[in-house]
Design a protein around this ligand. Structure first.
Ligand code: MN
Length: 494
């Protein structure tokens, strides 16, 4: 990867900054630079390149000074002599707690599940521990750079990291509405997990690329002319091609038949107001016949992750299929940068583009001073992160509950699971010897339905070492059922 400097990070910050903010970033860089001095990445680069790239990723998706600094310092306490306490003294408790959160995420290991460590569990753990959404964003930026430099590590590690990226990090990016990050992570992981298919899909997508590009350019010119004639203001019209992994998934659904893929490439029309989206759609359909069943209005019916856009597939010039996406600037930023764009909008009420191309001479209103901005972002962030966690619970934790052992081990259970299910999840002997249970320190019946977040303690007896056949009527997990059945068979009960 290209070597970058702290100036590259600063140049890419999309939010308004002040000299004080920039100074703080440089101070963080100086500390990280010194702390990591002499350390090398597997690729041979100076270690500091990794936190710099992490910070650059964060700047590009539109995050603020504190999160960027969190990215610069994220590997300092774990890998260097500089402690978290020093970070707190120099940069305050908010930044140090971001760094601490990232460090802790890196350390997550599942205890108590000797038999099968499901990645599923890890995913939930990861989410449950992410109390501050910015910690997750730093972790995603960190992972993105690790994936981009994965060539340098041994094959076995490449596979493990890629698996984890595919199963944990890409879904989280998706859930946060960060479509661009999600696709980048998937494409990188795809390359290491399935070399053969990756090469195949890459070849397909590159075939006829020239021809396709030419066609798209022609269509863009046509559409521009048409929209202009009808008096519809567009901010931008551009071509896009499908990401490799998402192309692969689609091919699999269609017997690997490329002719059935209608959105291999497409055109995106960006307008300023929602009403313009529908006007533009009308103009497009007036000129080109739409394909039945391919018109999707995600503006009135957003996807669960909040994605909004209109999609339509048309018979374009020369009768070729082409997918057209129509959306506002705000929808586009939110589709690419997700939750980051969301809180910037709610604070600033203007587009990321404005920030990006803001003239340096432009004077900011007094009330938008740096400190107030930061304070407001924090407020906004707090609100969003709560909303975000709420909505995450709906998707990720659907039909699953988490209970804890008194020692703090997490036990993953299906809905309506009982203390007996819990006991068998911990250990078969605990299940066999169970005679009672406490939930949050209060005695409950053994058919009690455990609720999310409860601490369950199983009371066992030394004399009692067999399950009761009555349990079979209320247990929910297959583990519990099979242990009880095994016992009943042995006793000749069934
Ligand atoms: Mn890192």
């Amino acid at each position: 990867m290209k070597e970058i400097s702290i100036d590259d990070v600063i140049k890419n910050i999309r939010l308004k900054t002040t000299p004080a903010g920039i100074k703080l970033i440089r101070e963080a860089y100086n500390l990280a630079q010194k702390a990591h001095d002499g350390q090398k990445r597997k690729s041979g680069e100076d270690y500091i390149q990794h936190p710099l790239h992490t910070a650059l990723n964060l700047a590009k998706i539109g995050l603020g000074i504190k999160t960027i600094i969190g990215g610069i310092l994220h590997d300092v306490p774990e890998d260097t002599q500089v402690s978290l306490k020093e970070i707190e003294e120099k940069f305050g408790s908010e930044i140090s707690s971001l760094v601490d959160g990232v460090t802790k995420l890196g350390r997550i290991r599942l205890r108590g599940s000797q038999e099968e460590i499901h990645l599923e569990n890890l995913r939930k753990m990861f989410l449950a521990m992410a109390e501050d959404i910015r910690v997750v964003l730093i972790k995603l930026a960190d992972r993105l750079h690790n994936m981009e430099t994965l060539d340098a590590v041994p094959k076995e590690k490449q596979e493990r990291i890629s698996q984890e990226t595919m199963e944990i990090f890409a879904p989280i990016a998706n859930r946060l509405g960060m479509g661009e990050v999600k696709c980048q992570l998937e494409d990188l992981a795809f390359k290491y997990l399935d070399e053969k298919n990756y090469a195949y899909v890459l070849k397909i997508s590159q075939e006829e690329q020239e021809e396709r590009k030419q066609y798209i350019d022609e269509m863009i010119a046509e559409l521009k002319k048409k929209l202009e004639k009808e008096g519809i203001k567009t901010l931008e019209i551009y071509g896009r091609s499908k990401h490799l992994f998402s192309l692969f998934q689609k091919l699999q659904k269609h017997d690997m038949d490329i002719s059935k893929i209608y959105d291999l490439a497409g055109i995106r029309i960006i307008v300023s107001e929602v009403v313009n989206c529908y006007e533009a759609l009308g103009v497009v359909h007036k000129k080109y016949r739409p394909l039945v069943g391919r018109i999707k209005d995600y503006i009135s019916l957003p996807k669960p992750n909040g994605y909004q856009s209109i999609h339509t597939t048309i018979f374009g010039e020369k009768g070729k299929f082409l997918e057209i996406q129509i959306r506002t600037q705000k929808m586009n930023d939110e589709a690419e940068f997700g939750i980051a764009a969301h809180w910037i909008y709610s604070q600033q009420k203007r587009s990321l583009r404005d920030f990006f191309f803001r003239k340096p001479t432009q004077v900011l209103p007094k009330e938008l001073s740096w400190t107030k901005q930061l304070r407001d972002w924090q407020k906004e962030l707090g609100k969003n992160s709560k909303e975000f966690m709420e909505s995450l619970k709906i998707d990720f934790f659907k039909n699953r509950i988490f209970a804890f052992t008194p020692k703090g081990d997490i036990i993953d259970l299906p809905e309506e699971a009982t203390p007996i299910d819990f006991a068998y999840k911990v250990h078969s002997e605990i299940g066999n010897r169970a005679i009672g249970a406490k939930v949050d320190k209060k005695i409950v019946p053994l058919n009690y339905k455990i609720k999310n977040g409860e601490v369950v303690e199983i009371i066992t007896s030394r004399e009692h070492k067999n399950p009761s056949r009555d349990w079979i009527r209320f247990v929910r997990t297959s583990e519990a059922k099979s242990h009880i059945r095994k016992f009943m068979k042995r006793e000749g009960m069934i």
